[in-house]
Design a protein around this ligand. Structure first.
Ligand code: NAP
Length: 656
């Protein structure tokens, strides 16, 4: 039994010696070798002498997983020989590998990891196909019962929620304020918007795209992927677009939720449901800073996530406030067009060398990815695996380390490597170098990908990197503490998002009418990022403390959270219950553990500004542990963590 088809495309490639040699020469061997072993059954391709060390250097991922030149040479020879033998044998794929063989292939990439990593790895490889599917339906576990769920948001998390719920036979309605799916990828249409995490791993395990055009794809490709997911899994039918949820209220008597959505030009829509899933995201409420005079600016001004294509920047004097990830992409993209550009930097970010950041996937690689079964799957797996720990070990606090900036010897090694990188980039401009070297530990806030375009933009004659504090905005521009007015025709806020305002501005009322935002009081917390005590059957995906900033894949986290939510619904169905609600002691203990975990990470001890922390200074957005920890803690709900209650039995009228 095999799950792959060997199409005519592969036959044509196998018959084209030159194309094949070029494709193998440029291939990612840590992925190609297990893919070929998978396809052909030839396990000499994953022999120990070929295993990629996949070491992390402080400042970058080594090319070809750090394989030596000799190992690469041997790997390419074996790959070409295996492809020739496969062709000459009639291109018949080997039977699907048994569990032991699959483990061996995964361990070729991952090394001798503990056995309990294996289900996670299999999930990410997507083999067996759709390993993350629920595997049960409402009809099977509670025949005759229906479950209705309202999902708020049709971005990345909302899509996977809707897909999995529908696989389980749950009745789903998704309420989405925008006119299309895609969430932040729809909203962030600013020039230069693209991924800053490797692309293959930024896709769902159940819908892996073989031919991403870049390693870090552009916004239209990423948004296009999510739109395609919605089409491929027929999800649009359950989404009501243009519906902005304003209120969700739990009814103690019926144990159901009532959700109210506002529509432009129509009456509100009110839906009832057994459960509500918030898939409202984190980085999507624009932060417009409270700078005096903001409303007085005479020209057009906007936030990066509300880009205005109707304003031509050609020949204009433009001011950009902020030097985070959005500014890093906008500034180099508009610099050629504008007449003058003032970039206002409050805190310099660290830059991680990423020479291939904008590179397209070469044509011969695209052909190999499309035609050679399993190759893209293994490439995604390699990218995933490399990111599982990622740079995390460099951000862990060593309590015995004493240094004014760094938090551990590894963090210091990274800091020095990154300072050296900045010195290389800005060595010819000491004036700029003095402004761009951060004075806080790497990892305390989000690091940028650098392929040279940001430094090149800052060095342009018509660009001014302003580091004096902004004191006011006037009709004509931005004034700084030194009294200088930086004149501008257009003002762009690259000032980030109110990441800690979970579920805002929706009014959410739980048991006894409790108001969620009053309960949180600006410091959102949830058990596992999913459950809040007092709010039965309200589930969050990508909720508090589930943001990944240095390692892992946020799509995987959403998939895991959704699996957990389905597990909770199954608990209800199997026990004939109506609500699941986390125990307060369990919730509190989890949050203590999370806070203690964050206190051992660079961002937990840093005092530098970042969206990782809320106004109270607590790191309420960020997951402090490993990806495997999240998998272990979250994927399967533990019944003992919850109060599980039956629906109230209707009482005869005379007894009421
Ligand atoms: P951000 O990282 O929060 O950066 C906001 C910038 O605005 C910072 O430089 C900040 O300075 C500055 N700022 C805020 N208020 C200010 C004020 N009152 N005066 C002066 N400066 C002010 O926001 P972002 O760049 O939009 O990125 C947010 C996150 O979204 C990223 O970290 C990333 O996770 C995600 N993102 C990803 C991509 C991608 O490539 N995939 C692209 C964009 C965004 P301070 O540093 O001093 O606070």
């Amino acid at each position: 039994m095999t799950t792959v088809d060997v199409g005519t495309g592969l036959s044509a490639l196998l018959d084209d010696d030159a194309a094949l040699a070029a494709a193998v020469a440029g291939a990612e061997l840590p992925a190609l070798l297990p893919a070929l072993a998978h396809l052909t059954g030839d396990l000499t391709l994953v022999a120990d002498e070929l295993r990629p060390p996949l070491r992390l250097r402080p400042d970058m991922v080594e090319p070809q997983g750090g394989m030596s030149e000799a190992a690469q040479e041997l790997g390419r020879r074996r790959a070409l020989a295996a492809l020739a033998a496969f062709r000459d044998g009639g291109a018949v794929p080997a039977p699907e590998p048994d569990d032991d063989t699959l483990r061996r292939l995964m361990r070729f990439v991952a090394g001798d990891v503990a056995d309990d990593y294996l289900p996670l790895m299999s999930h990410e490889l997507g083999l067996p196909l759709d390993a993350g599917a629920p595997g049960w339906t409402v009809e099977q576990v509670a025949p005759g019962r229906t479950v209705e769920v309202v999902v708020i948001g049709a971005g990345m998390s909302g899509l996977v929620t809707a897909h999995r719920l529908r696989q389980a036979g749950v009745e789903v309605t998704v309420l989405e304020r925008n006119a299309d799916v895609g969430g932040v990828w729809l909203e962030n249409g600013y020039p230069g918007a693209r991924l800053d995490t490797p692309n293959f791993a930024y896709s769902f395990s159940f819908d892996q795209r073989p031919d991403w055009p870049h390693q870090f794809s552009a916004r239209d490709d990423v948004w296009g992927y999510f739109r395609d997911v919605a089409d491929r899994f027929d999800l649009r039918g359950c989404v009501r677009f243009g519906h902005e949820v304003v209120e969700a209220v739990f009814d103690d008597a019926t144990r159901r939720w009532t959700v109210r959505a506002r529509r432009a030009g129509g009456p509100d829509v009110v839906l009832e449901a057994d459960a509500v899933v918030s898939a409202t995201g984190q980085l999507n409420k624009p932060n417009l800073p409270d700078i005096p005079g903001r409303e007085r600016f005479a020209g057009p001004s906007w936030h990066t996530a509300r880009w205005r294509d109707d304003v031509d920047l050609t020949g204009r004097r433009v001011a950009v406030i902020g030097t985070g990830a959005s500014a890093y992409q906008v500034v180099p993209s508009i610099v050629d067009r504008v007449d003058a550009l003032s970039v206002f930097q409050r805190t310099p970010p660290w830059m991680v060398p990423t020479p291939t950041y904008h590179d397209p996937t070469p044509d011969e690689q695209l052909r190999l990815l499309r035609e050679l079964p399993y190759y893209h799957r293994w490439l995604r797996f390699v990218q995933f695996w490399t990111s599982v720990e990622g740079r995390r070990p460099f951000m862990e606090v060593d309590p015995g380390w004493e240094h004014p900036i760094s938090v551990s010897p590894a963090n210091e090694a990274l800091r020095q490597a990154l300072v050296a990188h900045l010195e290389r980039r800005f060595g010819d401009r000491p004036d700029l170098l003095a402004k761009v070297v951060p004075g806080y530990a790497p990892g305390s806030k989000r690091m940028m990908r650098d392929n040279g375009v940001w430094p090149a933009a800052l060095k342009r004659e018509h660009v001014d990197l302003v580091t004096d504090a902004i004191t006011e905005i006037t009709p004509d521009g931005v004034r700084t503490a030194d009294g200088v007015l930086h004149e501008a025709d257009v003002l762009i806020y690259a000032t980030g998002f109110r990441a800690s305002d979970f579920l805002a501005p929706i009014t959410v009322r739980g048991r006894d009418g409790a108001d969620l935002h009053e309960r949180w009081d600006g410091d959102a917390r949830a058990h596992l990022g999913v459950h809040v005590p007092g709010f039965p059957n309200l589930f969050c995906v990508f909720g508090p403390n589930t943001g990944l900033v240095i390692n892992g894949s946020i799509l995987l986290f959403s998939e895991i959270a959704v699996h957990h939510i389905l597990g909770c619904l199954r608990l209800l169905l199997e026990s004939g219950a109506a609500t699941v609600e986390v125990r307060r002691d369990v919730h509190d203990a989890f949050n203590e553990r999370v806070d203690a975990g964050n206190a051992l990470m660079a961002w937990g001890v840093a005092t530098v500004n970042s969206w990782y922390r809320n106004a109270k200074g607590r790191a309420s957005q960020v997951w402090p542990f490993t990806v495997l920890d999240y998998w272990r803690m979250v994927r399967e709900p533990r019944p003992s963590d919850f109060h599980i209650e039956r629906a109230p039995t209707p009482q005869p009228e005379e007894r009421q």
